[in-house]
Design a protein around this ligand. Structure first.
Ligand code: PLP
Length: 421
């Protein structure tokens, strides 16, 4: 595979951008090799600067669920841009997206739009603290909630891939208010609960240490414990929102959080985030209440329109089953060819998101995910890349299937995996 252009671009990028990237995992450090500079995408495929094409299972980390350059999104974005790209004033579109989200997500009665998942979580935490007048936050090892100070303690995603040095830039006085416990461990939660806990924040299905599912009773337990202590339960559904179902993970598991964070899919590929919850809580936000949060580009009309079209396309019967069928076929296919090759893997899957861990044990928390073989994943990743399959460049990230992936794509991917194994 000729990757000369990517090679040249990466050298130039490293000169002007730290590590050559605007988000760490893009640098391919965990898997080695030259990151591909992507020139364009269409449907389930992306094309690099050397005109190589790849079947894409990163899908902008799950944000692109309809496929790249989807016709409906492209057309509405073009039309919207013609009328101006930002006003810093109220627009009807924002209200329509808010209404759509409120009607879709069981735990959201009111919602505030922001510009990223990080911002959504940061604001949700402030709101929880303002509402409860408490300080502490409990989070889970391997869950990633964006890069705000209090959330980077033992976080997943890139923060997991790169480790957490002393020089991470977070004062101990801030870090002390975040308590981290293992995922799926209710006993550990009970041990650290007290009357100063403002909120427990959790990915209801974790997608940032690879995919790790909540065990039976885990989310129910969190709901019970937070209620008992008058703390808030925050679901970070930045990945799972509109991914696992139209109502997110909370709809599937039947657990209603106090605050929900959204991002990724709701922007249809544009920068966006949102946090919402019970009206009584949301009314603590300025200008109604005292919790201040603002944004120059919040509710940006282009992002909002792209999001609206995307959500409309997802509010159709059969859409989620369609993606799940393909995901199940791929997950099962990979398991089969791995077994044939005598390679131990564990596949964790729910709906259209899954991940492949090179290990012979179950993976139910971060330390188990970490114990999976990183060198084997790196080698697998590079073989797949050589065979035109673009996987997440870290074993601690999720693979995503969207509406553009076809049965033929899945078969091609299984054949590539068989070769790679
Ligand atoms: C991606 C992600 C975030 C951060 O969103 P950004 O838009 O990258 O800031 C937060 N929480 C979860 C669960 C995520 O997957």
């Amino acid at each position: 595979m000729n990757i000369q252009e990517s090679r040249i671009l990466f050298e130039k990028a490293k000169k002007y951008i730290p590590g050559g990237v605007n988000s760490p995992v893009r640098a391919f450090k965990a898997v080695g090799g030259i990151p591909r500079f992507i020139e364009r995408g269409k449907g389930a495929r992306i094309f690099d600067a050397d005109r190589n094409s790849y079947l894409d299972y990163v899908c902008s980390w799950g944000a692109i669920i309809l496929g790249h350059a989807e016709a409906g999104v492209v057309s509405v974005v073009k039309n919207t841009i013609e009328n101006g790209t930002s006003f810093g004033a109220v627009t009807a579109l924002e209200v329509e997206l808010a209404e759509t989200i409120v009607n879709a997500v069981p735990g959201i009665e009111q919602v505030r739009l922001v510009n990223s998942g990080t911002e959504a979580v940061m604001s949700a935490i402030r709101l929880a603290r303002g509402y409860t007048k408490r300080n502490r936050i409990i989070k889970f090892e391997g869950c990633y909630h964006g890069h705000a100070d209090s959330m980077l303690i033992k976080a997943g995603s890139g923060a997991a891939t790169f480790g957490i040095p002393d020089s991470m830039g977070i004062p101990a006085d801030i870090a002390k208010y975040t308590t981290v416990v293992p995922y799926n461990d209710l006993e550990a939660v009970r041990q650290v609960m007290d009357d100063d806990v403002a909120a427990i924040i959790v990915e209801p299905v974790c997608g940032n240490m690879g995919v790790v599912l909540p065990q039976k009773g885990f989310l129910e337990g969190l709901r019970e414990i937070t209620t008992q202590y008058n703390s808030l339960l925050i679901f970070d559904e930045v990945i799972t929102g509109f991914r696992l179902s139209y109502g997110g993970a909370q709809q599937i598991f039947g657990i209603i959080p106090d605050i929900t964070c959204l991002g990724k899919i709701i922007g249809g590929g544009f920068p966006i985030g949102a946090y919402g919850g019970k009206r009584e809580i949301m009314e603590y936000i300025s200008p109604v209440g005292g919790v201040y949060q603002a944004g120059t580009l919040s509710g940006n009309p282009v992002a909002v329109q792209a999001g609206l079209v995307t959500l409309k396309s997802l509010n159709i019967i059969g859409v989620y089953d369609f993606m799940e069928t393909h995901a199940a076929k791929l997950a099962n296919g990979i398991q089969k060819v791995a077994k044939k090759a005598g390679i131990a893997i564990t596949v964790n899957r729910i709906g259209s998101m899954f991940s492949v861990f090179f290990t012979d044990t179950v993976v139910t928390n971060y330390s188990m995910a970490q114990q999976s073989d990183s060198q084997r994943y790196a080698s697998f990743f590079n073989h797949m890349l050589d065979n035109a399959i673009y996987l997440p460049p870290s074993r601690l990230e999720a693979w995503f299937i969207g509406l553009a992936h076809t049965s033929e794509d899945i078969e091609e991917t299984i054949r590539a995996a068989e070769k790679a194994f």
